[in-house]
Design a protein around this ligand. Sequence first.
Ligand code: M6R
Length: 597
Amino acid sequence: MCGIVGIVSKKNVVEKIYSSLTRLEYRGYDSAGIAVVAGGIDRRRVEGKLSNLHAELKKKPLKGTVGIGHTRWATHGLPVTKNAHPHSTKRVSVVHNGIIENFSELRHELERKGYKFTSQTDTEVIPILITYYLDEGEKPFKAFQKTLGRLEGAFAIGAIFADDPKLLMAARKGSPLAIGYGKDEMYLASDAIALAPLSQKISYLEDDDYAKISINSCEIFDKSGKKVERIVKNSGISGGAVEKGHFKHFMLKEIHEQPTTIAETLTAYYDPVHHKINLPKAKFDITKTRRINIVACGTSYYSGMIGKYWIEQLAGIPVEVDIASEFRYRKPVFERGGLTLLISQSGETADTLAALKHAKENKQHIVSIVNVQQSSIARESDIIIPTLAGPEIGVASTKAFSAQLTCFAVLAIALAKNPPGLLQQLVDTPSIIAEVLHNDCYEEIADILAKAQSVIYIGRGTSYPIALEGALKLKEISYIHAEGIGAGELKHGPIALIDKKVPVVVIAPGDEYFTKTASNVREVAARGGKVILISDKKGCKDLKDVTYRAIEMPNVPSFITPLVYSVPEQLLAYYTALAKGADIDQPRNLAKSVTVE
Ligand code: M6R
């Protein structure tokens, strides 16, 4: 959460900082700011989105050859201007992503020394502590280094100094930080996406590294203060990968990219000559696994639930699935040499990373399905099974979810020793999804959902996690209350919610569970509920008399229904949010990458 950028150059850096921040706005958009060294420290800060900062910069331009910028997802303190980053004193200005856990103790110590605080944030202790060391006579580099030694928690920091207009300092502990190499210009950002149009030459700081960056050089030091080299790689991210193209929103673009991203993910593992799956090489034999713990958050967790169904049904390996924020607290019993599988689009989700560390401490093999291959979760894993979805910018996860499902499908097939038929079904999936994308019924049904106060989603078998995912998509971008419920569970309480004002979205592919789900549909209709049925031709016909609206899907084998049936849900959520005029790519209170627990 929070996006940070820093640039040191021979030219004015403000415009480039601003434009890099626009590519990080998915990380948070509660407030924004930029600071530069121009004589002393000068800064502009605003409440709300970057567009407000743009307006502020127009009114009061800012100029400098070294600067830092920030887009915030609030943790400590309200999302108001006084809490916006950069936080500054006369001598130093700082941007920060993460949490300083011992901020309260440091703040009291500095207040006792006579330093004044102006915000409610944990971050402000950083510039004030650096200032204290500067006031004690230390040079900027040493003052920064000494400050790092006092900070506890997880953070990525960028700092500039009034006394040295050619210096940009950076540090990483837990939160990612990329350094970009340009010509007579160096960059710093929370991720390589932000720097895509500026530089593709990127190195990543490792945990506890800090860096001294100037116009033509970057010196990196490890925790012990030893100078270290970090590999400079080509990020491979083009500027265009983070553009909306002709789509109105990133979410819509990403939904439409799914035939391609599923195919690309599948291609990475599918050997068409021998018609089998090749998993990434590992130091241990993944196919000998006797039990798996799957751990993730949000949408990634729902893909894990489907992974459980597939792995247990196809390979007969017992699987447990946990939400990452609870995994450690339930104190799971680990089997010696067992396998924990983490799923994360960003690879930075703090709860998932903490679960990974817990499993590692308990001597588990660590496998992760991640979209960002340079992420912390990827780096901490024994094997990664990458999703090749490309950058996902919309806060609502869509193409990353279907790429995760693709990885789970190939994993289940590999663990089951390549049973016949299933691979071909996966190969056919992208073209089936392309067909589903072109159905023209979504907007009309979304207008119905947009008028509801509450929407229920039901499904059975693998359609149950799809119901949960549909409800999450709807609530996070349209702010309509939505609940996903196992179709059979409805009668154990939630059916009391049903009346004629409550649309019930039913995920009912023509699989072995259809007849049972059909009975649940009739129970809903008998209580006046408005049934929005997602089913195939036969299903729509069988339930026509009790259906308010239907989305007719192609006939698909039951194995791939989660991949195919999640698409109409994504489009329903999108068009409902559009009808409500909601901020689709940046829904309120959320951020794309959740790096706090
Ligand atoms: O980056 P991750 O996959 O670890 O993120 C997990 C969740 O925060 C994420 O899936 C979230 O639920 C999405 N906003 C849902 O669309």
